[in-house]
Design a protein. Structure first.
Lengths: 138, 80
């Protein structure tokens, strides 16, 4: 099972985990991204996310498909939120279910690492004295 | 050929629009599009890198654009 979604409102983490539960599963690895209050010692007020929606869904689906190719896994869920998020809010939830934990851990890490490299979603950090698109400049 | 280009993130800020039009003389490759856009919007040079997506797929420089393609500028991504 692959479950990919973009959200425009808070992600229901418990619902995400429920979706990957099954009797065949021996373990679920979950990554929850949260908005941090500072970057490089500078106070962050909020993050503003934006997505190229159709392509983002396509790229996240590719990640899930690659997980099934590489690891013995049963269910992969990747949900990403866009829009304005305050400190502590959750931009991303990834949940991978597998019969055995090693595959779940490895696949979940692969999913978040790859998402950060390939999925066309952008975040702007808003500070007290300005704002910056993350990773845009060298 | 006239090409409509979607812009996201910092590319949208640089171009000051969500959609821009680029006119390419000769073969409309991704490389030619990037060159044209960089002439019009020199600040694109300041980015760490950027990609072009054609029909929702990352496209190499030698890909030739066709009428009706959905083309987008993809500045460095930062999701998660």
């Amino acid at each position: 099972m692959i479950d990919i979604q973009l959200h425009y409102a808070p992600i229901d983490i418990a619902a995400c985990i429920n979706k990957v539960m099954s009797p065949e599963t021996g373990g679920i690895d979950v990554f929850i991204g949260t908005v941090r209050n500072s970057t490089k010692g500078k106070k962050v007020l909020r993050l503003e996310f934006e997505a190229y929606e159709t392509m983002a869904v396509k790229e996240m689906t590719k990640i899930a498909a690659e997980i099934f190719r590489r690891w013995p896994t049963q269910k992969v869920l990747i949900h990403h939120r866009t829009g304005i998020m305050n400190i502590g809010e959750v931009p991303v939830v990834i949940a991978v279910a597998a019969a055995h934990r090693a595959a779940a851990f490895d696949a979940c890490r692969y999913a978040i690492d790859t998402l950060k490299q390939t999925v066309p979603i952008w975040k702007k950090e808003v500070f007290e004295d300005g704002e910056v698109w993350v990773a845009a400049h060298p | 050929m006239k090409i409509k280009v979607l812009a996201f993130g910092i590319a949208r800020d640089i171009m000051n629009a969500t959609i821009v039009e680029a006119m390419i003389d000769g073969e409309a490759t991704v490389a030619a599009l990037k060159k044209q856009l960089e002439t019009t919007y020199p600040k694109l040079h300041d980015l760490s890198s950027y990609m072009v997506a054609v029909n929702n797929e990352y496209a190499l420089p030698d890909v030739v654009l066709q009428p009706g393609d959905e083309v987008a500028i993809i500045p460095p991504v930062s999701g998660g």
